[in-house]
Design a protein around this ligand. Structure first.
Ligand code: SAH
Ligand code: SF4
Length: 342
C-alpha cells in the first residue's frame, strides 16, 4: 500500500467505506494466521513504577495504594492459566530495575516453568531493563517480550514523558530484545494528544522496518489523576482509529500476532470482538486476583475490575464463539512471522 492510500484510510470518515478495509484485513487474517484466537492470561504483578509517563495512571508521582503480588499468588495465577488451557501468560508491571526485583522475576520465571513442566509460554512486559537482565530472563525461559515504543515520533515521545525518559533508550531496548532472540512485541497509544495522522502512518512503517513479531496497540484513555487529564479526547474517533491501525498492520504484516487490547473494551463493550473482526488474533484475559485489579489502573474505566479470572474466561469464550472464531487452548500460539524469519 502506498503512503497516500494508508493516510486516506486513516482519514476516511465514512463507515461504509472503511468497512472495506476491515473486510480485507479479516480475510487476510483468515488466510494467514487463521481464525484461532490465542489466550495470554495477564498477571498484573505490581503497580510500583519508577517512571513518570505523563499519560499513565500508575506513574510514580500518583498517590495510590502500591502492591506487589507474592510468589504464591503469582504461582496460583499461573496454575489457573495452565489448568484452564491458556497456552501462555503475560507478566506485566510498572518498571523497577533494582537487584531485589530482578531476582524476584528470576524466581518467578523458574517457578512458573517448573510448575507447568515447561508447558506455559511466558511473555514479559516489565519495561526497560539492561541487556544482561533481558538475557538472563530469556535464558531462564521467558521467550516473548512486550515493550511499546508508545510513539515512533521522537519529538512526540518527548512531549509525553519527562526529560529523564529517553526515546533512544527505549528503542535500544527493543533492539536488545530482538538480538537476544525474544519474540518482540511493540505498539503505540492511538489518539494520544499531540499525535497526527502522519505519525500513525510512520508508526506502521516503524513496525515494518523493525520487523516486529507481535503488536499490542490500543486507544489512549485519559486517567483523572495524571497531568494529561484535562486534555480533550474524542473517544469514538480513537476507537475507529485503533481498529483501522489493526486492519492496516494486518494487511502490511499478514503473519504477525496482533492483540485485541483491553483498552479497546474500556471504550466500547464489544471493542475486543471488533478488533478480532478486523485482524487481531490474540486476547489477554486478566487473571490478576481481584483484590489488586483496582490498583492497576493505567487508565480510567478499565473493564473487568470486579470479575474473577473464572468469570473472565467464561465471558471471553462466549464472546469469541459468538463471532465464529475458535480458541487455541493449550497452544503457545507463537507469531508465525518469528519462525519464518528464523
Ligand atoms: N511499565 C511497562 C508495562 C506496563 S504499562 C511499560 O511501560 O512498558 C503498559 C502499557 O499501558 C504502556 O505501554 C502504555 O502504552 C499503556 N498505557 C498507559 N497509560 C495509558 C493510557 N492512559 N491510555 C492507554 N494506554 C495506556
Ligand atoms: Fe510506568 Fe509503564 Fe506507566 Fe510508564 S506506562 S508510568 S513505565 S507503568
Amino acid at each position: 500500500m502506498e503512503q497516500s492510500t494508508i493516510i486516506n484510510w486513516l482519514r476516511e470518515e465514512n463507515p461504509q467505506e472503511y468497512k472495506r478495509l476491515f473486510d480485507q484485513a479479516y480475510s487476510i487474517k483468515s488466510a494467514t494466521v487463521g481464525n484461532k484466537v490465542y489466550f495470554r492470561g495477564i498477571i498484573e504483578l505490581s503497580n510500583i513504577c519508577q517512571k513518570n509517563c505523563y499519560y499513565c495512571g500508575i506513574r510514580k508521582d500518583i498517590k495510590t495504594n502500591r502492591y506487589l503480588m507474592t510468589m504464591d499468588e503469582i504461582c496460583d495465577c499461573a496454575d489457573f492459566a495452565s489448568r484452564n488451557g491458556y497456552g501462555s501468560i503475560v507478566i506485566q508491571a510498572g518498571e523497577r530495575q533494582d537487584k531485589d526485583y530482578i531476582r524476584l522475576i528470576d524466581s518467578v520465571i523458574i517457578r512458573v516453568k517448573e510448575a507447568a513442566h515447561g508447558a506455559l509460554g511466558i511473555t514479559l512486559s516489565l519495561g526497560e531493563q539492561r541487556k544482561e537482565v533481558y538475557k538472563r530472563w530469556f535464558n531462564l525461559g521467558a521467550h516473548r517480550y512486550l515493550l511499546r515504543i508508545e510513539t515512533s515520533a521522537k519529538e512526540l515521545y518527548e512531549k509525553l514523558h519527562p526529560h529523564d525518559h529517553s526515546f533512544n533508550k527505549r528503542l535500544k531496548c527493543l533492539y536488545d530484545l530482538k538480538e537476544i532472540g525474544y519474540q518482540v512485541g511493540t505498539g503505540v497509544i492511538i489518539g494520544i494528544p499531540g499525535q497526527r495522522i502522519d505519525n500513525l502512518y510512520q508508526d506502521l512503517l516503524f513496525f515494518q522496518r523493525f520487523d516486529i513479531d507481535m503488536i499490542g496497540m490500543g486507544p489512549y484513555i485519559p486517567h483523572e489523576k495524571t497531568p494529561m487529564n484535562n486534555v480533550g479526547v474524542d473517544i469514538a474517533q480513537n476507537l475507529t482509529l485503533s481498529l483501522k491501525m489493526i486492519a492496516l498492520i494486518r494487511i502490511l504484516m499478514p503473519d504477525i500476532n496482533i492483540a485485541a487490547t483491553t483498552a479497546l473494551q474500556a471504550i466500547d463493550p464489544f471493542g475486543r470482538e471488533k478488533a478480532l473482526q478486523v485482524g487481531a488474533n490474540v486476547i489477554m484475559p486478566n487473571i490478576t486476583p481481584q483484590e489488586y485489579r483496582l490498583d492497576y489502573d493505567l487508565y480510567d474505566n478499565k473493564p473487568c475490575l470486579s470479575e474473577t479470572p473464572r468469570e473472565c474466561k467464561r465471558c471471553l469464550s462466549a464472546r469469541i464463539e459468538k463471532i465464529g472464531e475458535t480458541i487455541g487452548y493449550n497452544e503457545w500460539g507463537d507469531s508465525p512471522h518469528f519462525y519464518k524469519k528464523l
